[in-house]
Design a protein around this ligand. Structure first.
Ligand code: SAM
Ligand code: SF4
Ligand code: SF4
Length: 337
């Protein structure tokens, strides 16, 4: 089994299929103008499938398609069908802002998509416009219901909680998700990329959220489904649904991180906070054999010693403190969240 410097296996692959997005979420990519990757520099579906096959041979069992907004990549269903033919790949998941799910949910399911995670930070239309800089809440809600109607289950809802922005909606989001049988996950605001204005004061921690909801919705700690899962699950005491927490800032989980990433322009990246990666696209287009590509991936993973969130945690708790701007990072839209 392929393992890195800290004995972490390579198990999951997140693939950014495009850096383009129709939203401009303040915590992710707030710039109105952005230099997008040229289309010919994006990996083709055939290149993605070939690389996925090699990653699966090295131990990957689960792939997540993300971006940018993955549903902006035309004919994504065609990629899902191709990935469905990769022997040994058991799980093909998608993370989306749901704005195009009304048109796409049925065909994605028919193509073989296993699961969907949807980002939703607020149920208030005006606030949605401030966060995503687009007036699209009704499309997103319709997209969520279309995914449900197409038979996706469970549907996970990702809510990035930002102090002073949407932390007043923690309870209403729980109620909405319980009513509609959606599995809500609170995500601590992270210092991804270079474009947002992250500061530690904007984080609402897992601990604080649990304290705030305890009088309304008592919960029981259910732990992680798998040791390598980013989310810790909690069941509501009345057994009507559950919630999860991705507490990367206050309870980092680098020790069990088995995730690799493929950027939209074909770089193999070993951490969400990396500033560069191994340019597999150029290697593929240069005519490299599967053996050569496999060797390069193997050697990059064996050298991997990333533990960014652990280091941030240590810095935040030290006398020096932590400055996210000291390290340049690949933007999350390119890297795949
Ligand atoms: N566009 C899709 C979407 O929004 O679901 C997929 C890509 S997006 C980069 C993937 C996930 O990253 C989303 O759930 C989003 O909320 C999360 N994300 C983006 N910026 C973040 C930040 N600064 N902190 C925590 N999560 C973030
Ligand atoms: Fe928002 Fe996702 Fe687009 Fe980032 S990629 S701006 S999180 S919709
Ligand atoms: Fe994995 Fe990097 Fe996130 Fe740590 S910071 S959990 S190594 S992606």
């Amino acid at each position: 089994m392929l393992a890195d410097f800290y004995h972490r296996e390579l198990r999951d692959l997140r693939i950014s299929v495009t850096d383009r997005c129709n939203f401009r979420c303040t915590y992710c990519m707030p710039f109105d103008e952005y230099v997008w990757i040229d289309r010919e520099k994006l990996l083709t579906f055939e290149e993605i499938t070939r690389l996925t096959r090699l990653f699966v041979q090295l131990g990957v069992t689960k792939v997540r398609l993300t971006g940018g907004e993955p549903l902006l990549r035309s004919q994504l269903e065609g990629l899902i069908t191709q990935l469905g033919e990769v022997p040994g790949l058991s799980d093909i998941c998608l993370t989306t802002n749901a704005s195009r799910l009304v048109e796409k949910a049925t065909s994605l399911r028919a193509a073989g998509l296993s699961r969907i995670n949807i980002s939703l930070d607020t149920l208030d239309g005006e606030k949605f416009k401030r966060i995503a800089k687009r007036d699209k809440l009704s499309e997103v809600l319709a997209g969520i219901f279309a995914a449900k109607a197409s038979g996706f289950k469970p549907i996970k809802i990702n809510m990035v909680v930002e102090r002073g922005v949407n932390d007043d909606e923690i309870i209403s989001m729980i109620e909405f998700c319980r009513e509609h049988e959606l599995s809500l996950r609170f995500i601590e605001y992270m210092d991804v990329g270079n474009a947002n204005t992250w500061s530690s004061s904007k984080i609402v921690s897992k601990k604080e959220i649990l304290e705030r909801i305890s009088n309304f919705y008592p919960t029981q700690d259910g732990g992680r489904e798998k040791a390598s899962d980013p989310a810790v699950q909690y069941a509501f005491s009345d057994r009507r649904g559950d919630i999860g927490f991705i507490a990367s800032v206050t309870e980092p989980f680098c020790t069990n991180c088995t995730r690799a990433r493929l950027t939209a322009d074909g770089k193999f990246v070993t951490c969400l906070f990396s500033n560069d990666g191994l340019d597999l696209k150029t290697i593929l287009r240069g005519g490299a054999t599967d053996e050569v590509v496999t060797e390069l991936i193997t050697s990059a993973w064996q050298k991997r010693s990333d533990r960014y969130s652990d280091e941030r945690f240590e810095a935040l708790n030290s006398s020096e403190g932590y400055d996210p701007r000291l390290q340049k990072k690949i933007e999350m839209i390119t890297l795949g969240g």
